[in-house]
Ligand binder design. Structure first.
Ligand SMILES: Cc1cc2nc3c(=O)[nH]c(=O)nc-3n(C[C@H](O)[C@H](O)[C@H](O)COP(=O)(O)OP(=O)(O)OC[C@H]3O[C@@H](n4cnc5c(N)ncnc54)[C@H](O)[C@@H]3O)c2cc1C
Length: 394
């Protein structure tokens, strides 16, 4: 019987798990060393879609999308529907072929995705440059959200359901998986480590080797441009960057549609790329974006917009963040040793899957079946592996 559970980490995954555990009657204490969404969740772009070709991934994404919409219908959390387009340009036959091949597999999974020829792409999204597009695809079941708002709302719900949320409380683990808090060491029936880039060192305290690497990515928001309302979320696989129009992000939405639309019209583009394919120390990395990234992101946005569209030339704000990688690009979700659980290793897709996988790991703690493909004991822990970015079509 699992009565008392400690959750380490107040990102999207930890708060989801805490809420799910509290919903099911567990006595939950969540420890967050900073504020809720202090790390990767607060730095994420908030792009969500269900365009996955694998059976497990597609089912997880569909569950997550349903949950996001339910949450948006019940709370101040805002989930803005927006199609997700991904494309490869002429001369990039490898990625073009990958897109042609993956879309039918996504459709077999019941996902609302379709291939678009350049003419259809231009008709539907006139703000995009399409003359050099080899192949494009669009996912209709896609949206954008403010990840920090999701985490804040979910943490509130967890608290209302009975969970204790202790922010500003850094914890460690003993070799017996007791939780070392600033007030002393406490034992729990189960401990969940959902500490993002800090997961590997925390588990190491408990004597568990987890093959998780932290890699640095960068993002910026451009000055507002008039076209942003009509643009889709975009991933340009050839140029290796993405954007999403910024609308509800960091506006403190009050739920009034007219207010939202005004902000949509005034939005800039949140642009990201810059995956650095090496392992970073989660305590020692540069949180500011590099000058080179800022310049190249603006250039790539310029090249991806249709002629005649007003281009952004200035950057409003920028930052860097950490994502987590595993040897096989699947996350580690489940029990690593009796009473010790992990949920990490998202390859840049942790926010969009958090509502589903946070619940999955909460269920595993309470005795439900987990997801075999994500079983964290599938590795020895000492694997050597290169960091591979998550947002890729190959
Ligand atoms: C620039 C950028 C853009 C991204 N865009 C997207 C996107 O569009 N869509 C998407 O799905 N994903 C995106 N991601 C990835 C996404 O941010 C992560 O996958 C997701 O937020 C992971 O959530 P988490 O709860 O696992 O980790 P985190 O949000 O990192 O939460 C872990 C928490 O643990 C806390 N913690 C660590 N150590 C301790 C300790 N010892 N004691 C107590 N607390 C501790 C940290 O302070 C942190 O708050 C992006 C990431 C970045 C950086």
């Amino acid at each position: 019987m699992t009565d008392s559970v400690a959750v380490v980490g107040g990102g999207a995954v930890g708060v989801t798990a805490a809420r799910a555990l509290a919903d099911r009657g567990a006595d939950v204490t969540l420890f967050e060393r900073g504020a809720i969404a202090a790390e990767s969740t607060g730095r994420a772009a908030g792009i969500c879609y269900d365009a996955f070709a694998g059976r497990t991934d597609a089912a997880i994404a569909a569950r997550a999308m349903t949950h996001f919409r339910e949450l948006a219908s019940e709370t101040r959390f805002s989930f803005v529907e927006r199609p997700y387009v991904w494309l490869a340009r002429e001369g990039d036959e490898t990625r073009a072929e990958a897109i042609r091949e993956q879309v039918p597999r996504m459709r077999e999974r019941g996902r609302a995705v379709e291939l678009l020829d350049p003419g259809s792409l231009a008709d539907e999204f006139p703000g995009l440059r399409t003359d050099d597009v080899a192949v494009a695809a669009v996912a209709r079941d896609a949206a954008c959200a403010d990840p920090a708002e999701y985490a804040a709302v979910t943490a509130e719900q967890a608290r209302e359901t009975g969970a204790t949320i202790r922010t500003g409380t850094e914890v460690g683990l003993t070799e017996d998986s007791a939780v070392v808090t600033p007030d002393g060491t406490r034992e729990f029936d189960a401990v969940l480590v959902a500490a993002g880039a800090h997961t590997r060192p925390l588990l190491a305290d408990a004597g568990v080797a987890a093959p998780i690497k932290a890699y640095r990515v960068q993002a910026l928001v451009t000055e507002p441009i008039p076209a942003s309302e009509d643009l889709p979320t975009l991933y340009d696989a050839t140029e290796q960057f993405y954007w999403r129009p910024v609308e509800q992000c960091e506006t403190g939405l009050d739920g009034r549609a007219s207010e939202v639309r005004r902000r949509v019209r005034e939005g800039g583009l949140l642009v990201g790329d810059g995956v650095e394919k090496r392992d970073f120390d989660p305590e020692d990395w540069d949180r500011t974006a590099d000058e080179g990234f800022l310049a190249s992101a603006i250039e790539r946005v310029d090249a991806a917009l249709a002629p005649g569209v007003t281009r952004p030339t200035a950057v409003d704000r920028s930052w860097a963040g950490l994502c987590t990688a595993t040897p096989d690009r699947d996350p580690l979700v489940g029990e690593v040793e009796p009473g010790l659980f992990v949920a990490a290793g998202w390859h840049g897709h942790g926010f969009m899957r958090a509502p589903a996988l946070g619940r999955t790991v909460a269920g595993a703690i309470l005795g439900d079946d987990g997801i075999d493909a994500f079983d964290p004991t599938r590795f020895d822990g000492d694997e050597q592996f290169p960091v591979v970015e998550g947002l890729t079509v190959e």
